[in-house]
Design a binder for this molecule. Structure first.
Ligand SMILES: *[C@@H]1O[C@H](CO)[C@@H](O)[C@H](O)[C@H]1NC(C)=O
Ligand SMILES: *[C@@H]1O[C@H](CO)[C@@H](O)[C@H](O)[C@H]1NC(C)=O
Ligand SMILES: *[C@@H]1O[C@H](CO)[C@@H](O)[C@H](O)[C@H]1NC(C)=O
Ligand SMILES: *[C@@H]1O[C@H](CO)[C@@H](O)[C@H](O)[C@H]1NC(C)=O
Length: 371
């Protein structure tokens, strides 16, 4: 009888590799947080009231400070209106660069409050009830760099976004439409987050991302895609597609990307048939995540890959000779020839220890392997 322990217990083996091989610092992932000052995280607001919570402390030194907001003399360019039970955006003073409106009850964004606020660089509207943003808003604020509208009720990507934008966060809305041209002209956009919406294949055309030549981070995870998105800009560093329904990857999909380092496809429907053997043989790739799919074999990867997640697939055996990016017989005395894989997750498959010797022989930088 087979012991169930082999299936369910995760065995972590720390392979302490000799001093010869040395250690390398972990690669720094591109940061997902802005460097701009952040507000402390705050609880969900209570139900709206007509009167905003009392502002304690001395009266504002600024006569133009809206009654609902805080204007700090130490940060004359910030307008803090978060967690204030606000339903209507107040008139924004001219000096404002950073506008904090998160955690309120705003349902519409119209142009009037922004008529004099031409210098705004950063707007945080996260966690409101926004279902509409008038396109005229953006005509008033042509220098906008960061726009955060995650956790709202938008059904489509707003139109008329300024060409200056560098970060656009629209996660956790109900977006099922990207109007034609909505993302055009934004040649400086580096981050586009559409995580947790309702986008399907037909909502993305070959031209949707065409003009985003600076895009480095694209998050389309947690949507309803069946296909890999087409026309993704090839300067991308990070592509997240977890929790979709993707079944296959075209053979040449990753050809032409010159910086792609982080690819996540966890929780999809990838099987061996849908994953061409060498599709992930990309020399820039550092971190590849394919957990919770239906793979039975380990795809080929390059010597540069450092992290590989293959947990919760249906892999039954692992052949180190087959998956080794270099010939085991070849010359590995040159350290640059040694595959750089450091972290390998294989738990939740149909494997049990011990780890085959050829795996250990090939991946000499391996620090931890979870079976
Ligand atoms: C905008 O600025 C002009 C000129 O300073 C001023 O007259 C006007 O009242 C301002 N509008 C709003 C809505 O504050
Ligand atoms: C894009 O960024 C460059 C360099 O910072 C800047 O000169 C240019 O004006 C920006 N483009 C837009 C449309 O804002
Ligand atoms: C993987 O990529 C390397 C480097 O580009 C190449 O030499 C090798 O032939 C590729 N392997 C396969 C099976 O395509
Ligand atoms: C691994 O694959 C190689 C090459 O196909 C084969 O010669 C070898 O017997 C395999 N090893 C095991 C343990 O199946």
């Amino acid at each position: 009888m087979k012991a169930p322990a082999g299936f369910f217990s995760a065995l972590v083996l720390l392979l302490l590799i000799g001093a010869v091989l040395g250690q390398r610092p972990r690669p720094r992932k591109p940061t997902r947080r802005p460097t701009t000052p952040r507000q402390p995280s705050v609880p969900e607001p209570q139900e709206p009231t007509d009167i905003p919570p009392l502002i304690l402390g001395p009266p504002s030194p600024y006569p133009d400070c809206p009654r609902e907001c805080l204007c700090s003399p130490s940060y004359p360019n910030s307008l803090n209106c978060e967690n204030r039970n606000i339903r209507v955006i107040p008139v924004i003073p001219l000096r404002t660069h950073y506008l904090y409106l998160q955690n309120n009850y705003i349902s519409e964004v119209t142009a009037e409050p922004f008529v004099n606020a031409t210098d705004i660089r950063w707007i945080n509207l996260a966690n409101n009830r926004i279902h509409r943003i008038d396109r005229q808003v953006f005509q008033k604020i042509p220098a906008l760099l960061y726009l955060y509208v995650q956790r709202n009720q938008l059904k489509e990507v707003p139109s008329g976004l300024p060409a200056s934008l560098e970060q656009l966060r629209l996660s956790k809305n109900r977006i099922s439409k990207i109007p034609a041209g909505a993302l055009s002209k934004m040649g400086n956009l580096t981050l586009l987050d559409l995580y947790h919406n309702q986008l399907s294949d037909s909502d993305l055309s070959r031209n949707t991302f065409k003009d985003l030549s600076s895009l480095m981070q694209l998050n389309l995870a947690h949507n309803v895609l069946r296909k890999m998105p087409a026309g993704v800009p090839n300067n991308l560093i990070q592509l997240f597609l977890d929790k979709n329904r993707i079944e296959d990857i075209p053979k040449d999909y990753f050809q032409g990307f010159s910086h792609l380092a982080f690819v996540r496809l966890n929780y999809n429907q990838l099987s061996d048939k849908g994953v061409p053997r060498a599709v992930f043989n990309i020399s820039t790739l550092l971190d590849l995540q394919l957990a919770h799919n239906q793979l039975t074999t380990i795809p080929l990867f390059s010597t540069h890959l450092e992290h590989l997640h293959l947990n919760h697939n249906t892999i039954q055996n692992i052949n180190g000779t087959l998956i080794c990016p270099r010939s085991l017989q070849g010359d590995m005395s040159d350290p640059s020839h040694i595959p750089r894989l450091r972290y390998l997750r294989l738990d939740g498959n149909q494997l049990s220890p011990p780890i085959p010797l050829d795996v250990i022989m090939c991946f000499r930088h391996l620090h931890s392997i979870v079976i």
